[in-house]
Design a protein around this ligand. Structure first.
Ligand SMILES: Cc1cc2nc3c(=O)[nH]c(=O)nc-3n(C[C@H](O)[C@H](O)[C@H](O)COP(=O)(O)OP(=O)(O)OC[C@H]3O[C@@H](n4cnc5c(N)ncnc54)[C@H](O)[C@@H]3O)c2cc1C
Length: 433
C-alpha cells in the first residue's frame, strides 16, 4: 500500500474542484455547521487525525449533507440503490481513494479510506450508504496487487470513474465461513476460456453490478496438496444470460441488494483470471485485513449516528416535567456508549495506520472489527430504548440503525471466527475447529 501522503495532490485537486473546496479556509469549528450532525461526536479537529484525514472528513461530510436521514429512510422503504450518492463519489474522485493515481485514483491509505467510510455511515446513511460504495473502495485490491498492466487499465479506470460497478462472490450456500471448501468450479475448455458452474450466496449489489470478482475452484479439493491451493480468482462481466441473480429479502440495508447466484456453463475468458491459476485464496486474503478495518469504521459511524439521535431526543423529550436525558438511567448508557465507541475508534485507526505502514497479520484489524461492531450495536440498541415507543417508529430512524447494526457483527467475518483467530494466532491456543 502506498503511503497515505502519496497521491495527496490528486485528492486535493478533486476536493478543490468539488463544491466543498470553497469551505477550506473556514476554521474547523465552523465547518461543523456544514453538516453538524455528521461531526457532532468526532470533530474534524480530532487531535489524532492527520491533515489528509481531516480533509477527507470535511469533504465527505459535505457530500453527505445532501443526503439527510429522510433520504435513507425513503431508500430503505423503496429498496432502491442510492445511485446518486454513488455518482457523487465517482464525480469527485472518491471511489478511487485507494487506487493508484495512474488509474485515476488518489493512492491514499486505509487511514483515509476509514475516515471516508466512517463519515459516510455517520451522516445517517449507515451501512446502506457505506455498502453502496464499499466494494469499489477496496474490493479490487487483488487486481491492484496481482493484476497485469493490461487488466489494471481495463478494470480500475472504469471502477474509479463509476461507469462500472463491481460485486464480490466468495460466500457459498453449502460452505459458509469455510472458504477453503468452496464447491463452485471453473474448468478450462481448451479454447482459452473457463466454464463456471456453481452458486454463490449473499453477493451484494449483484442487481446493479456489471462486474464480479469471483473465487472458484479450478482444482478439486481432493487433488491439491494444501486446501488453500486450487482456488482461482476472476474479475469478469456478470453475464446475466448465464448467471441467475435472485434477491434475498433481509433484515436491514434493503436499498443495497444481496443475492443468491446460480450459474451453469458460464464461459469466462482466461484473460479475466487474476494472477496464477490456483493462487486465488492467497490473493483474496490479501485484502481481508483492510476490509475488516473499513467495515469497523462503517460500524463506528452507525454507532455515532445512533448516539447523536438519542442525545438529541433525550434533550428534547420532556416527561415528568423534565427532559428524559436528565435521568441518569437514560444519560449513563449513552455516555457509556460514547466511551465504547471512542475506545473502538482508537483501535480502528491504530489498525489502519499499522496496515498502511505494512503490518501484515490480522490481530488488530480483527480486534477493531470486533470492538466497533459490538459498540455500534449497543449504541443503536440504547438509542432505540432512549426513544421509548418512538424508537420503534421508522420516523425516528433509530430502528433502521438497529437493524443495520446486526450486519457488521455477522459479515464479512463473525465474532466467533475473530475470537478463533485471536485464540489461535495470538494466544497460541490449539485450533478449535
Ligand atoms: C447482508 C449481507 C451481505 C453480504 N455480502 C456478501 C458479499 O457481497 N459477498 C460475499 O461473498 N459474502 C457476503 N456476505 C456473506 C458473509 O460474509 C457471510 O454471511 C459470513 O461470512 C458468514 O457466513 P455464513 O453466513 O455462511 O455463516 P456460517 O458459516 O454458516 O456460520 C454460522 C454461524 O456459526 C458460527 N461458526 C461457524 N463455524 C464456527 C467455528 N468453527 N467456531 C465458532 N463459530 C462458528 C459463525 O460464527 C456464525 O455465527 C454477506 C452477508 C450478509 C448478511
Amino acid at each position: 500500500m502506498s503511503s497515505p501522503r502519496q497521491g495527496w495532490s490528486c485528492v486535493w485537486k478533486a476536493w478543490r474542484q468539488s463544491s466543498v473546496g470553497s469551505f477550506k479556509t473556514l476554521p474547523y469549528r465552523q465547518t461543523r455547521t456544514l453538516h453538524a450532525q455528521t461531526q457532532e461526536y468526532l470533530q474534524s479537529n480530532q487531535p489524532d487525525f492527520t491533515e489528509s484525514q481531516r480533509t477527507v472528513r470535511e469533504s465527505i461530510a459535505k457530500i453527505c449533507s445532501k443526503y439527510p436521514d429522510e433520504y435513507w429512510l425513503e431508500k430503505d422503504n423503496s429498496k432502491e440503490f442510492p445511485t446518486d450518492l454513488h455518482a457523487d463519489f465517482a464525480r469527485d474522485g472518491w471511489l478511487g481513494i485507494c487506487i493508484p493515481e495512474k488509474y485515476g485514483g488518489a493512492a491514499l491509505g486505509i487511514s483515509e479510506a476509514a475516515v471516508m467510510m466512517q463519515t459516510v455511515s455517520e451522516c445517517g446513511g449507515g451501512m446502506t450508504a457505506a455498502s453502496s460504495i464499499h466494494m469499489n473502495i477496496f474490493g479490487l485490491e487483488p487486481v491492484v496487487k496481482f493484476g497485469t498492466e493490461e487488466q489494471k487499465q481495463r478494470w480500475l479506470t472504469p471502477l474509479v470513474g463509476g461507469t462500472e460497478r463491481a460485486c464480490f462472490g466468495v460466500t457459498e450456500p453449502n460452505t459458509g465461513l469455510d472458504t477453503l471448501k468452496l464447491q463452485s468450479m471453473a474448468t478450462p475448455d481448451g479454447d482459452g476460456n473457463y466454464i463456471l458452474n456453481g452458486s454463490k450466496i449473499w453477493t451484494s449489489t449483484a442487481q446493479i453490478a456489471q462486474k464480479i470478482l469471483i473465487l472458484v475452484r479450478t482444482t478439486p479439493l481432493n487433488k491439491v496438496d494444501k486446501p488453500s491451493r486450487g482456488l482461482s480468482l476472476f474479475y469478469t462481466d456478470l453475464d446475466r444470460s448465464k448467471v441467475q441473480v435472485t434477491r434475498i429479502p433481509k433484515l436491514g440495508r434493503a436499498a443495497v441488494d444481496s443475492n443468491v447466484l446460480f450459474f451453469e456453463n458460464w464461459k469466462v475468458n482466461a484473460a479475466d483470471r487474476i494472477g496464477k491459476e490456483g493462487d486465488g485464496f492467497k490473493m483474496i486474503m490479501h485484502g481481508m485485513n483492510a476490509e475488516r478495518i473499513l467495515v469497523a469504521a462503517e460500524a463506528l459511524g452507525l454507532g455515532y449516528a445512533a448516539l447523536r439521535r438519542a442525545s438529541k431526543y433525550a434533550t428534547e423529550r420532556v416527561v415528568f416535567e423534565r427532559p428524559i436525558g436528565q435521568n441518569q438511567g437514560i444519560q449513563h448508557p449513552l455516555a457509556d456508549s460514547w466511551v465504547q465507541l471512542e475506545s473502538a475508534r482508537l483501535m480502528v485507526y491504530l489498525a489502519a495506520r499499522m496496515y498502511d505502514q505494512g503490518f501484515e497479520t490480522g490481530e488488530y484489524a480483527n480486534a477493531a472489527k470486533y470492538l466497533a461492531s459490538e459498540a455500534a450495536f449497543t449504541a443503536c440498541e440504547r438509542a432505540v430504548l432512549a426513544h421509548g415507543g418512538m424508537g420503534y417508529a421508522k420516523e425516528y430512524h433509530v430502528e433502521r440503525y438497529l437493524r443495520e447494526a446486526m450486519l457488521p457483527r455477522l459479515a464479512p467475518v463473525s465474532k466467533e471466527m475473530i475470537l478463533n483467530y485471536i485464540g489461535e494466532r495470538v494466544l497460541q491456543l490449539p485450533k478449535s475447529y
